[in-house]
Design a protein around this ligand. Structure first.
Ligand SMILES: Nc1ncnc2c1ncn2[C@@H]1O[C@H](COP(=O)(O)OP(=O)(O)OP(=O)(O)O)[C@@H](O)[C@H]1O
Length: 293
């Protein structure tokens, strides 16, 4: 039985000296209007729900940094707020509060949650890439794989068809989709291949920052291993920074340099992944780690 501690861990960034690619401070997302009771940070919620007004506090005061070439893992059980957090970072959801700085946008001077929708689209199209757990959210299932990759390039302003085809083919080769299948639509592919096409699409504009939300969930073990291997290879070859969300600590252990553990919308533990694996502090993290042994 897990006994959650409700006090969030203060975030100290003691691991890297280089400037972050992405820096998020105090991100919260609630579903519902809130009330004076749950507006108080000391309020006792029923998991993540206000007992007075029923508002869901899906993400509570989360801060994080991602450094160049680093993979940050976010792990937590179902409902802990991982996907909502990721959706806020990728502008799929508006946070209730928070500040996000992106080094490649305005030199990190602007809070990206406050900029215009057009500027947010610019950041999504040119600086960020997203791979969703459900490939139906990231791909047009009836378009060819090559067209899917071109779509992201067009959104980023690329108009040279020859360049788009060349880049699309390069990426399909990189993610090991045979080029003879480049005109096939993703609906004709297996789950693992669909995730590879999503990854190719997300990488098409050479984004410095890639978000991966439960990308191996639902795949069988051998396919999962190949996708994980591909992610590590991309980091090695391209130096792209990543935020990887998973409920599976095994996946996070394999991929992430640093890890954040979430429970009921809060960060309950964070640190170097090896450190968390060897010496988990929170009862919930201990349970996660011991379940892997
Ligand atoms: N649109 C919504 N309206 C109300 N509550 C929501 C909404 N979206 C998410 N929630 C709630 O927010 C909380 C966090 O959900 P979220 O999907 O982010 O968790 P998760 O850790 O990603 O879980 P899973 O891995 O199952 O997707 C949950 O309590 C969920 O029920």
């Amino acid at each position: 039985m897990v006994t959650p501690q409700t006090t969030p861990v203060p975030v100290e960034h003691v691991f890297c000296d280089d400037a972050p690619v992405l820096k998020v401070c105090g991100l919260s997302k609630r579903f519902g209007a809130g009330c004076p009771y749950c507006a108080d940070p000391r309020a006792e919620l029923e998991r993540n729900i206000c007992p007075v007004c029923g508002t869901v506090h899906a993400v509570r005061n989360v801060s994080l940094e991602v450094h160049p070439g680093e993979i940050l893992g976010i792990v937590g059980e179902s409902g802990s707020g991982k996907s909502t957090l990721m959706q806020c970072l990728y502008f799929d959801q508006d946070p209730t509060e928070g500040d996000m700085r992106v080094a490649a946008f305005d030199g990190g001077a602007a809070n990206c949650f406050d900029v215009s929708r057009q500027q947010q689209r610019y950041i999504r199209d040119r600086i960020f890439g997203m791979v969703y757990q459900n490939p139906y959210l990231g791909l047009r299932m009836n378009f060819s794989s090559l067209s899917n990759i071109a779509e992201k390039q067009i959104a980023a302003g690329v108009r040279d068809v020859h360049h788009m085809v060349k880049r699309g083919e390069e990426l399909l080769e990189r993610v090991k989709i045979p080029l003879r299948r480049k005109q096939d639509p993703p609906r004709a592919f297996s789950g693992g291949m669909q995730q590879r096409v999503q990854i190719a699409k997300a990488l098409s504009n050479e984004p410095p920052m890639l978000f991966l939300d439960e990308v191996t969930t639902g795949l069988d073990l051998s396919v999962q291993a190949r996708v994980l291997d591909l992610i590590l290879q991309l980091r090695r070859d391209l130096g792209v920074s990543m935020v990887v969300v998973s409920h599976d600590l095994g996946v996070i252990r394999l991929l992430a340099d640093r890890t954040i553990v979430m429970l009921d919308g809060q960060v309950i533990e964070h640190g170097l992944t090896d450190q968390i694996m060897q010496d988990p502090q929170h009862a919930y993290t201990q349970e996660l780690v011991y379940s892997l042994l």
